[in-house]
Design a protein around this ligand. Structure first.
Ligand SMILES: [Cu+2]
Length: 135
């Protein structure tokens, strides 16, 4: 099931790259992705203690960035829900505290090419971003 989710995330991320940046439809796609969590996973999550954190994403720019970050966080084991907001440059993440912590989430976002709180972005990942997602 994890592999299936990973494949879906990769496929969606790839679709984002093919479509390119600055399309309104991408925001829709990112939202749909958040809601497409399997029911079984959500049910499982409610049985363990879920916590919420808000992560600052100062270097994100557009819907394409949001989709990339959403996909990176959703891949993590223990993530229940991810809502990335372009306007406030934040990610609201609900996760199972027994499986995940904020540092791991920040690292995953860094490895996707973006600053997360005080964790600086991975330079190689940043270089591989679409040009419209760079500063
Ligand atoms: Cu972008």
């Amino acid at each position: 099931m994890k592999y299936k989710m990973l494949s879906a995330a990769v496929a969606i991320a790839a679709t984002m790259l093919i479509i390119g940046c600055n399309s309104n439809q991408q925001g829709q796609a990112a939202n749909t992705q958040q809601q497409a969590q399997p029911a079984a996973q959500q049910q499982l999550a409610t049985q363990a203690q879920a916590v919420k954190t808000v992560i600052n994403l100062p270097t994100m720019k557009c819907k394409n960035c949001a989709a990339t970050i959403t996909a990176a966080v959703q891949k993590l084991d223990g993530v229940q829900d991810v809502k990335v907001d372009v306007d406030s440059k934040t990610a609201e993440v609900h996760y199972i505290a027994a499986k995940l912590d904020e540092n791991k989430i920040e690292t995953a976002i860094s490895n996707a090419g973006y600053d997360a709180n005080t964790t600086k972005r991975n330079a190689d990942a940043y270089n591989n971003l679409e040009s419209c997602c760079k500063q």
